[in-house]
Design a protein around this ligand. Sequence first.
Ligand code: HEC
Ligand code: HEC
Length: 317
Amino acid sequence: MKRFLKILGIIIGVVVLIFVGFALFINFKPPTQYKNEARDLTITPDSAKVAEGARIASLLCKSCHMSEDGKLGGGFMPDTKVFGKIYAPNITHSDKARIHGYTDGQLVYLFRTGIKKDGYYAPPWMPKFPLMSDHDIECIVAFLRSDHPMVQPSDLVQPAPEPSFLAKALLFGVFKPLPYPEQPIPEPDTTNKVEFGKYLATAKFDCYSCHSADFATNNEMEPSKSIGFFGGGNKLLNREGKQMLSANITMDAETGIGNWTEAQFIKCVKYGERPSGVATRYPMEPWSNLTDEEVSAIWAYLQTVPKISYKVVLPES
Ligand code: HEC
Ligand code: HEC
C-alpha cells in the first residue's frame, strides 16, 4: 500500500510538473513570428473608394480605434478582465502611429491573414477579412491613405498590451493566421438579394462572428460551418466588462426572430429598436450607416439559414 501511494505520489507530482511547465511555457514563450508574404500592390484611390472606405471604417473600425477627438488615434478595449489589457493602436497619419510605414500590400495582407508588418499575428480582437471582396478591401486602404478627418495625424500612443494567460493560451493553440486568397475575390452580385445578403452578413460586416456560438469555434473560411451559425449565445462583454450574450437571429419562431417582420428587423439593426421597444445594447450598436437595401438583403439571406432552436436569455442591464 505504501509503495502504491508512493508511486501514485510520483505520478501526481510528474503530472503537476508537466502542467506547471506547460503553463510557464505558454506564459513566457515569445509569440510565433510568421513570414510576411505581402504582395507588391498599389491601390489607386478615388473619391468613391474613400467614401465607401470611410463608411466601412465607421461600421467596422471606429468602435475600437477611435479616440475621443473623433480620429482613429486608438483606444482601450472593454474586454479587460478576460483577455487582459488590450489597446487598439493609433492608425492615423502620424509617424507615431503603428500603421506608419505600412505599404498598401502589407495592409491588405494584415486584413486578409492577420499577420502584421513585423510578422506577428494580430490577436483575435483585431478582425480579419478573409472573404471580403478585393474592391471593399481596397476601399479601406484608400480611406486610410486619404485626408479624411478620421485619419488626420493624432499623436496618441497607446500603452503596450498586457494579455492575460488565457489570451496567450488561445493565441498559442486556437487562433492562427488565415490563408491569403489565391484568386481575386470579386464583388458580390447585388442583383441576387440572398447572395448579396450572405456577403454582407458573413464576409463584409461579420454579423455571424458575434451571432454564432463562440469565436473559438467560428469557421472564418467557411462561415456557415461555424457551430451554432446565427443561433447566438456567444459570450461578449459590455463596456463595463460585464458579460453579454449575442441573440439567436435565425428564423426559429420560438427562440429566434422568426416572428419579426422585415420592417421590424431593419428598424432594430439600423436604429437599435426591437419590436418590444427595448433597445439593443453594446456591443450591438445601431448599424445606422447600412442602407435599407443592405439590411433587407441580410434579412433575405437569414430566411435561408437553418433555424436553430436555442433560447438565449439576454442578461438584464
Ligand atoms: C474589436 C476591436 C478592433 C476592431 C473592430 C478593429 N481593430 Fe484594428 N486593432 C485592434 C487591436 C487590439 C490591435 C492591436 C493588435 C496587436 O497589438 O497586435 C489592432 C491593430 C491594427 C493595426 C496595426 C497593426 C500593427 O502592425 O500594429 C491596423 C492597421 C488596424 N488595426 C486597422 C484596423 C482597421 C482598418 C479596422 C476596420 C476595418 C480595424 N483595425 C478594426 C482592434 C480592433
Ligand atoms: C460585436 C458583436 C456583434 C456584431 C458584429 C453584430 N451583433 Fe447583433 N447583437 C449582438 C449582441 C450582444 C446582441 C444582444 C444585445 C442585447 O442584449 O441588448 C445582438 C442583438 C441583435 C439583434 C436583436 C435580436 C433580438 O432577439 O433581440 C439583431 C436583430 C441583430 N443583433 C442583428 C445583427 C446584424 C444584422 C448584424 C450585422 C450587420 C449584427 N447583429 C452584428 C452582437 C453583435
